[in-house]
Design a binder for this molecule. Sequence first.
Ligand code: BES
Ligand code: MN
Ligand code: ZN
Length: 462
Amino acid sequence: MSRFAHLLQPDQGQEARSISLVSKSGLEDWLKSLPERARTAVLADRFTGAPGDYVILPGDRPGEWSAAFGIGPKPGLWDLAAAAKALPEGLYRLDQGSPGAAGLGWMLAHYRYDRFLSKTETVGDRILLTTEPGLIAEQARLAEATALVRDMVNCPAADLGPAEIQAAIEQMATDFDAQISVTRGDDLSTGFAMIHAVGQAADRTRAPRLIELEWGNPANPRLAIVGKGVAFDTGGLNIKTGGFMRQMKKDMGGAAHAIALAKLVMEARLPVRLHLLVPAVENAISANALRPGDILKSRKGTTVEIDNTDAEGRLILGDALAKASEDHPDLILDFATLTGAARVALGPDLPAMFANHEDLAAALLQASADVSDPCWRMPLWDRYDDMLKSDIADMVNSAEGGMAGCVTAALFLRRFVPEAIQWVHFDTFAWRPTASPGRPKGGEAMGLRASFELLKRRYPVD
Ligand code: BES
Ligand code: MN
Ligand code: ZN
């Protein structure tokens, strides 16, 4: 059951309150079109048409009112989120045009994470009528995918460990009639030594695992989607300090993105052979924890000297990317809350995007702009690859000095993907530190809709 689909409904001339969207430049003309009573109310309220500004207009009969909201010069995805947030339960219609892309913003304004609240404030549904009912189903799927990422990231690590990540993928496999395979615990030690090593200190009930799902016609081009599933990142023996560890329930944000994207692909029945890979671990601390200085043999066969146990994401992804590459996919997309450096470089709004082929990067940036899901390309700067040199192994897991930290992390991952395979890597924060309408504080999907748009264009349904 969709949490969002009913929030937009076909306009069949039902009785509904009117919403006006007014930009600063359109304010004067709009004022002129209003009846005297309403214009007086708008002027008294000093409504300017600035984004975020709104006013309630009295009607002529008892119980009659409408609302106006300020918007920017270009209609945007989030314009209606502010409206949905401000308005009470009820049925609404835009006085001009239809919601278009902003229908998704309207839906997402209804998102709340209340699983752990004993008393939930019940805000009734605000339903918006639309003359483009054909858009509703996909917007509801995108809203649901976004909510799935938010829910998983917001969930505390005690309630969302490797087993729960596995359960989520198993449920999806049942729903879409997909195949699933799980390599777990000590079974990882031969083929996936890096996933094993990162997860080996966790409690037995939270053992590391590689969860793989396959779906679709094997004759279709293979699409691999990979996500970092660190249920909690203590840093390992290179333990994080309090402030940094506080956020680390979100370190499975990449896995949440990968799961949500896989679901969108299956719902849309894109003509691909989908391969979802989620290495799910807990980077814990105990007597058998991975140590700085230990050397691991990767799935690819190369050796990795551990410089820092807190650079664990790239280790589990390295093995997962190597496995994904073995089937010669047409495209690999990976998502990971990989480095604090990406956040320092771009802040919380913009995921860092890396791509090893120019056309692919351009197509993704275009899709990103078209669906208002921003990301920023960062370079796979060849000369920094040397920073991963080890004295006694093929590479270290973390470059000394920390310069261009998200770039060297991406270069580490690149070592596990053959150059001929097109590959995109998202280093995402997966978290909003401040709230705005439709985008509450907490877990967030970033680059998810852009990626789905890229996939829809690359693999059109015929
Ligand atoms: N999960 C963290 C990255 C992270 C930190 C994401 C803060 C979002 C917010 C990752 O495993 C990590 O600890 N990275 C280290 C790498 C370093 C040891 C080379 C980092 O970024 O400090
Ligand atoms: Mn870490
Ligand atoms: Zn991490």
